[in-house]
Design a protein around this ligand. Structure first.
Ligand SMILES: NC(=O)c1ccc[n+]([C@@H]2O[C@H](COP(=O)([O-])OP(=O)(O)OC[C@H]3O[C@@H](n4cnc5c(N)ncnc54)[C@H](OP(=O)(O)O)[C@@H]3O)[C@@H](O)[C@H]2O)c1
Length: 317
């Protein structure tokens, strides 16, 4: 019996892997230093985020070996086993400067698979283009990983247009397609449009996976001068920046109202989808996962996307 395909599902790059138009990011699952795991949210909370994502049709999860120093992969693997449902899993290889050979990539992937409790992942990504090892070396390692059946597809992350082209060519020589490039993208970070990366992805058939699409919670509108973001985010998003984004937040509210009371987060995520990218908002709780999943199944109109483009351009923050 063939498996039922969600009508909203899209292809990941030029692979045959189907993903929903939005995924769930899992950096916060187990990360104490930046996100404060174990202080204001727990394993039960992130398990709720996992289950609610799944029941809402969001079965694409992004993790990395470095998130919570392996804890994110372990938790995700544990939840997947308990759920017993098909999921699409993406994880990442960090090219630490002491990792110099392509065997290091295979070993790191085997470590990720062990923590995830899986025989292969769907997408394996090079987390950052870090020197000194050439991009070609890592892509050869990726090709070996595909040939060994350890990953179905290959992606990169934080790669510029030229670095992405290098990765693309190296994989082509091995008869493989580059599936994705995961970069920061959202209403408050439009670099992929300015640098031509978004256009290049479209042209090359590479999915742009958008990380921090809510600017780490800022675009939900919940953080204000009176309610500053906690922890390290408090330093990054100072008062002047929180004040500068208020007109944009107001517009997100206003546009959301005419779409059946969508929230600012849902409108901000739908804007990313309208641009042709796949946002992967991080969710720490079932409530957040539920809200983020409500960003799919409907679409902003052209004039609303244009109004948001303009408001984000005017935001000096
Ligand atoms: N490749 C890379 O280099 C890279 C870098 C960064 C992230 N990523 C990936 O991208 C994912 C998402 O990025 P991100 O976590 O940095 O930022 P994000 O998705 O913009 O923001 C996530 C945070 O916003 C808050 N939030 C999310 N949904 C919410 C909702 N509906 N209502 C209220 N608050 C909500 C939560 O924090 P609070 O509740 O504490 O506010 C959550 O942890 C990560 O999990 C990771 O998988 C990749």
């Amino acid at each position: 019996m063939s498996q039922q395909v969600d009508p909203q599902a899209i292809y990941l790059g030029r692979t045959d892997i189907r993903i929903p138009p939005l995924g769930t990011g899992t950096w916060a699952w187990g990360d104490r230093m930046f996100w404060g795991y174990g202080r204001n949210y727990s394993q039960a909370d992130v398990e709720g985020a996992f289950q609610t994502s799944l029941t809402s049709g969001v079965n694409f999860f992004d993790t990395a070996e470095i998130y919570g120093w392996g804890r994110s992969e372990r938790l995700l693997g544990q939840f997947i086993v308990a759920a017993g449902k098909p999921v699409v899993v993406a994880t990442k290889f960090m090219p630490f400067p002491w990792r110099l050979r392509r065997k290091n990539l295979i070993d790191a992937l085997r470590g990720s698979l062990k923590r995830l409790g899986m025989e292969r992942v769907d997408l394996y990504q090079v987390h950052w283009p870090i020197a000194p090892v050439q991009i070609e070396t890592w892509m050869d390692g990726m090709a070996e990983a595909v040939e060994a059946g350890l990953t179905r597809a290959v992606g990169v992350s934080n790669f510029s247009v030229s670095q992405m082209e290098q990765a693309y060519s190296a994989l082509s020589r091995r008869g493989l397609a580059l599936a994705s490039n995961q970069v920061g993208y959202g209403l408050l970070n439009r670099a992929p449009e300015r640098t031509g990366l978004l256009a290049a992805c479209r042209q090359m058939g590479v999915t742009l996976i958008a990380y921090s699409p809510l600017t780490q919670g800022i675009l939900t509108g919940k953080y204000t001068l009176e309610n500053r973001p906690p922890g390290l985010r408090g330093r990054r998003y100072r008062s002047s920046r929180l004040a500068a984004i208020q007109p944009l937040i107001q517009l997100l509210h206003h546009i959301g109202e005419v779409h059946d009371s969508k929230t600012p987060a849902q409108v901000a995520l739908n804007w990313v989808i309208c641009k042709g990218a796949v946002p992967i908002p991080g969710a720490k709780t079932a409530r957040q996962a539920q809200e983020n999943a409500g960003a799919i199944g409907w679409s902003l109109k052209h004039d609303e996307v244009a109004a948001l483009d303009e408001a984000s351009q005017l935001t000096r923050w």
